[in-house]
Ligand binder design. Structure first.
Ligand code: ATP
Ligand code: MG
Ligand code: FE
Length: 334
């Protein structure tokens, strides 16, 4: 099965060609990070305009790099949602135009299923499994009994983990996106500050990061107000340890509750070195096979969309030219 994937849900314009859901023939990503950095975050209108600029170039680049021709494609898979509506529409419209022009089926993809399927480039998925999805907009535990079957068993009640990383980084005066900056800085610091961990009710698989975020921001403001010099590296390290500890403990709690054959970590925050290290150690202790994507497949890309789209294609999922972007698309409908 040969699939062209297209992704424009946030601030990367991406296209990729994937064979059999497992082999990447081309993976083109035009990142807008440098453009949004001077605003301290993604500006939706600016993102849409840059997607329009880049989409044709990126799709052509992916096709050229793959060495295949349009007639070799079985389908075009595109991110339908969730994401920024103006950004999603650029990818959806490009996919519709290409599918129509070349007479190829169109397959809608849920962005988060894409993050999960990035793991399939590392190891074949083995069901039942649990995926911890930690990204800029999501923090959830997803149970999968088979390909293309998603049951959310835990979710954040407020902020996503990535959002907390970005906001804490911003308060520390670090550039956007904050996650990689905190990760880097934390390596030079000590986790000496005792920030809270939100466990919620006993046994809950839900997350909460707004309390931690506020505690860190208040700490920074209070110290500054008292004229005390803060160690940014210690703040970064202490914050990161708190996030990683909660993510790992909740994931292990879930893993103990369900009879699973595999544990996956997905989304931008799975690039975090502390999360990777702690999760690897915890899974090893419990003898649970763990898969985490390589760094370049953790953040947004289109190879993951093509990989999830391959499953959708094989299940017979199709969209017609009425397909629209859906900013709040639910994973359980996929
Ligand atoms: P979503 O997938 O929920 O729609 P998104 O697509 O914007 O949101 P991703 O691209 O998956 O999110 O991930 C981006 C997030 O990952 C940002 O919040 C970024 O700070 C975070 N991130 C990236 N690298 C790291 C890292 N090394 N440590 C912590 N966070 C990181
Ligand atoms: Mg992004
Ligand atoms: Fe994402």
């Amino acid at each position: 099965t040969m699939i062209l994937g297209i992704e424009t849900s946030c601030d990367e314009t991406a296209a990729a060609v994937v064979e059999n859901g497992t082999k990447i023939l081309a993976n083109a990503v035009a990142s807008q990070i440098d453009i949004h950095r001077r605003f301290g975050g993604v500006v939706p209108e600016v993102a849409s305009r840059h997607h329009v600029d880049q989409i044709t170039i990126v799709c052509e680049e992916a096709m050229r790099e793959s060495g295949i021709s349009w007639g070799d494609l079985d389908a075009i898979a595109v991110t339908q949602g969730p994401g920024l509506i103006g950004a999603l529409l650029v990818g959806v419209n490009a996919a519709k135009a290409l599918a129509f022009a070349h007479g190829i089926p169109l397959v809608p993809v849920h962005h988060i299923t894409g993050h999960i399927y990035a793991n399939r480039f590392v190891h074949e998925l083995q069901f039942p499994l649990i995926a911890l999805v930690v990204s800029g907009g999501h923090t959830e535990l997803v149970f999968m009994k088979a390909h293309g079957s998603y049951q959310v068993i835990g979710t954040t009640r407020d902020d996503a983990a990535g959002e907390a990383f970005d906001k804490v980084a911003r308060t520390l005066g670090l550039p956007y996106p904050g996650g990689p900056e905190i990760d880097r800085l934390a390596k030079q610091g000590k986790a000496s500050i005792d920030f809270p961990r939100a466990w919620l009710e006993e046994g809950s698989l839900d997350f909460s990061f707004s309390g931690l975020k506020s505690a860190v921001i208040n700490y920074i403001h209070n110290e500054r107000q008292r004229g005390r010099e803060i160690s940014k590296a210690d703040v970064a390290a202490s914050f990161q340890v708190s996030v990683a500890e909660v993510l790992v403990k909740k994931t292990m709690l879930a893993a103990g509750r369900y009879d699973i054959r595999q544990l996956l970590v997905a989304g931008g925050v799975s690039a975090n070195s502390r999360v990777r290290k702690e999760m690897t150690a915890a899974a090893e202790t419990r003898g649970i096979p763990l898969v985490i994507p390589p760094l370049r497949l953790c953040t947004d890309n289109a190879a993951m969309i093509a990989a999830s789209g391959t499953i959708g294609f094989l299940k017979g999922m199709r969209a017609d030219l009425a397909l629209n972007g859906s900013p709040n698309l639910a994973i359980e409908d996929f």
